[in-house]
Design a protein. Structure first.
Length: 245
């Protein structure tokens, strides 16, 4: 419904409710935000740098699905991984906070691969989709590493290695089977949810098999990431006070 700068956002006449998203992978807007009132839209726009590029989409209800594919230079599928979102943060529209691995839907994989082939694209692409009854709606195509990739790696689907092989021109292997029902957890998202009145998110995430910031073979690095996530809101408030003074 809109793509432009934050300075143009509030006066763009966007139909509400809407979901406002960053238009780039690195952005002052860290994740999608649901907005349901003109005041909320104005507040969000005022919190962003005026030149920050954002986009707005119509909200869609349904089951949120992630599908990652690696295509070779001829458009053949050499790796794929599918997962369902169990929750997001922010809850109304945001990044995946918990997901579960699902068997790949062969028809969906082929339709997505055909779409990417038609654009001439090859390599890694992760897509956010919404399933609503018989419909499957496309929200995003991310041609990059993505936050819940640790679940694919845990399940034995090495997407980075497949992408690297394609870039080097080596023949890709046939997509392998992987276990269903394995879970990913974004600890930082659950910490945010708990701080904003949803402490049950911390309990629901206890059975995760993979995470965005914790690896048993790198405890010091994981601990530093966890500490950074836990203290980020306090450090932001301190920074805002210093800037204001």
């Amino acid at each position: 419904m809109f793509e432009g700068t934050a300075a143009e956002l509030a006066s763009a006449g966007i139909p509400l409710p809407a979901v406002v998203k960053p238009a780039a992978a690195v952005s002052a807007l860290s994740t999608a935000r649901a907005v349901d009132s003109p005041r909320g839209l104005e507040t969000l726009a005022a919190a962003l740098p005026p030149g920050e590029r954002v986009l707005a989409q119509e909200p869609v209800e349904g089951r949120l699905v992630s599908l990652a594919l690696v295509l070779d230079r001829d458009g053949g599928v050499v790796a794929r991984f599918q997962e369902d979102a169990l929750r997001t943060w922010p809850r109304e529209a945001g990044s995946f906070a918990a997901t579960v691995s699902r068997p790949p839907d062969a028809d969906l994989v082929e339709r997505v691969a055909a779409m990417l082939r038609a654009t001439g694209y090859w390599g890694l692409a992760q897509l956010d989709l919404v399933r609503r009854g018989p419909e499957t709606l496309l929200l995003d195509v991310n041609p990059r590493f993505y936050a819940c990739m640790p679940l694919a790696l845990h399940c034995g689907v090495n997407l980075p290695a497949a992408w690297h092989a394609v870039v080097e021109g080596r023949a890709g292997s046939s997509p392998a089977a992987y276990p269903e029902g394995r879970r990913f957890r974004w600890l930082e998202g659950d910490l945010y949810a708990a701080r904003h009145g949803h402490p049950s998110a911390l309990v629901r995430g206890r059975r995760a098999h993979a995470g965005a910031m914790w690896a048993r073979d790198d405890v010091p690095g994981s601990a530093l990431l966890a500490w950074d996530a836990a203290t980020l809101p306090v450090r932001r408030r301190i920074g805002a006070v210093r800037t204001a003074s």
